[in-house]
Structures are given as C-alpha cells and as structure tokens.
Design a protein around this ligand. Structure first.
Ligand code: FMN
Length: 278
C-alpha cells in the first residue's frame, strides 16, 4: 500500500502537518510506503476555466507544479488531505487544487481509492465549512472518505494536546493502509456524505446541500431524522459524475461554440454602451 499525505498549511510542522503525519505514522505502522507533500511549497495556480482538459482530453495545461500533485495521486493507493481552517473555510490552497482535478473527476481515474479528511482549527465549533470543503476533494473524485477529523490548536503544534484527534488520525492512517474504505467517523444526518448539511426547502422537502440527495424529515417521539428518497442517489454515487460531465458539461461546450460569435457581438455592444474599460 502507498499512502500520500497532503498538507495545505503554510506553517511547517504546524497543526495540519502534525495531524497528517499522525495519519502517515499509522499507515507506516501497518507496512505502507508513505509520501508527504506540502501544497504551499508548490506553485499551484487557480484553474483558469479554459476547459482544455475536457475539450482536448489532456492533463491540465497550466505551466506550474500541479503535475507533481497529479503524479503523487497516481502513485498513491490512499490519500490524506489536511487543511487549516481560515475564517470558517478550508485554506485557499485546497480551493485552488480541487478544480484542477476537473478531468480526473470526469474520467474517474482515482475512483475507489480511500481518502482521509483532516482539518486543524483554533477552537472547538469553529471549523464551519472547512471539513466539507476538504471532503469534497475526495467526493468529486469518487474516493470513499473513511473519516473527517477536526483537531484543535491555535499555536503551531498545540494540536498535540488534542490527543483524541491525533489518535483518530493515526487510526485513519492505519485503516487506510489495511485497505479499508468504509466510513468510520461520526455518522452525520446525510447517509451519503455524513455531514449535517441538509436544508429544508420551501415545499417542506429536505435536501443534502453537498450530495443533492432529496428526502424528507421524519419525526418520531425520540428524534427527527432525514430519510432520503429511495429512488434518488447522491451526486457522488459511482458513475454519477461521469454521467454529469457527459450530459451537462461536454454538451455545454458544443452549445457555447454555437453561441460564441453572438456572445462576442453582445460583449462589444455592452462595452460600447459605456461600461468601464480596463
Ligand atoms: C486568518 C486566520 C483565520 C482563522 N480562522 C479560523 C476560524 O475561522 N476557525 C478556527 O477554528 N480557527 C481559525 N484560525 C486558526 C487556525 O485554524 C489554527 O491556528 C490552525 O491550527 C492552523 O493550522 P496550522 O498550524 O496547520 O497552520 C484562523 C487563523 C488565521 C491566521
């Protein structure tokens, strides 16, 4: 087994690095070969939205160090991704990386490889959207998430004192090295992504915001729970992403080409109507 750890923090040996290294230590103790990569040591630019990867069927064409991440992902049998929490969100380096996997998400190249999501926060209850954002990296790629762990610690290294999180990361790494792919964290409301991001729509129906899984709220004397519609599936179900790319994204390229000349003319008219000219 080969396990890749990715840290999205700028702070070397800060809390994210430490959590990721606990996972790698766990993987190594089960005999796995390990590798560690710091996203912030690499020049990884934002996706430019050029669509070349889909239209020309090639890896991302931007001349930066993204190919190093892609090669490491191809090498790995399982991946640990850790991020610090900034203003309730994952670090910008995570947000820059995820869209760069547009084509692999379409081809399903990494489908089935397990992923472990880790976030380092300053305080309990302040992780906000960060965990779902890190997990989305795996969900989009069709990679089963085995756990999504939060470690607390404000100063670099203070996460050592959140022993429960360090131990959970260690166990996640061990499980990954044993080839386990089942989710082993806290089950959330949504049975697909295990997050509690189910929203109530105006018609009273319920919907997982991440998975797009529709359902309803069912109340009993003990609790109220989300019951997904049995005929619907999560947008992260196997094959769904490929179908989405073929049905919605690739067809949009053809539609855009047919409209391109008209759009250019409309832009010209808008510019001539007195908008700001850079
Ligand atoms: C600009 C900034 C914003 C932050 N926002 C949050 C936040 O919203 N929630 C939180 O729990 N911690 C927040 N923190 C604290 C970091 O998440 C925390 O220090 C974390 O352990 C950093 O991980 P690192 O050591 O791997 O860099 C913030 C820190 C900075 C610098």
């Amino acid at each position: 087994m080969k396990i890749l750890g990715i840290s999205a923090s700028c702070r070397k040996w800060g809390n994210t690095d430490i959590l990721v290294h606990h996972a790698l230590k766990g993987a190594s103790s089960e005999g796995a070969e390990i590798r560690f990569l710091r996203l912030t040591d690499l020049d990884i630019r934002q996706c430019t939205g050029c669509f070349s990867c889909l239209a020309k069927e090639v890896d991302c064409v931007q001349p930066d160090q993204f190919p190093e991440v892609l090669a490491a992902m191809r090498w790995a049998d399982g991946v640990v991704l850790g991020s610090p929490v900034y203003t309730l969100c994952a670090a910008g380096s995570v947000q820059k990386m995820i869209p760069r996997f547009f084509r692999p998400n379409y081809t399903g190249e990494f489908e089935g490889k397990p992923g472990l999501a880790l976030v380092a926060t300053g305080g309990k209850g302040f992780d906000g959207l960060a965990r779902p954002q890190v997990s989305l990296f795996f969900l989009f790629a069709g990679m089963p998430v085995i756990d999504q762990i939060v470690g607390y610690g404000q100063g670099p290294g203070e996460v050592f004192y959140h022993e429960e999180a360090c131990q959970a990361a260690l166990r996640g790494g061990e499980a990954m090295a044993r080839g386990e792919t089942e989710f082993q964290g806290e089950p959330g409301i949504c049975p697909s992504c295990h997050f509690n991001l189910v929203e109530t729509r105006q018609d009273g129906g319920a919907h997982c915001v991440l998975c797009d899984l529709p359902g309803r709220w069912v109340s009993s004397a003990e609790a109220t729970r989300f019951e997904p519609d049995p005929d619907e599936e999560s947008r992260f179900s196997p094959g769904w992403m490929r179908q989405h790319f073929e049905r919605d994204v690739l067809t949009s390229l053809e539609r855009f080409r047919a409209r391109a000349k008209d759009i250019r003319e409309r832009v010209k008219r808008l510019q001539e109507s007195g908008t700001y000219q850079p």
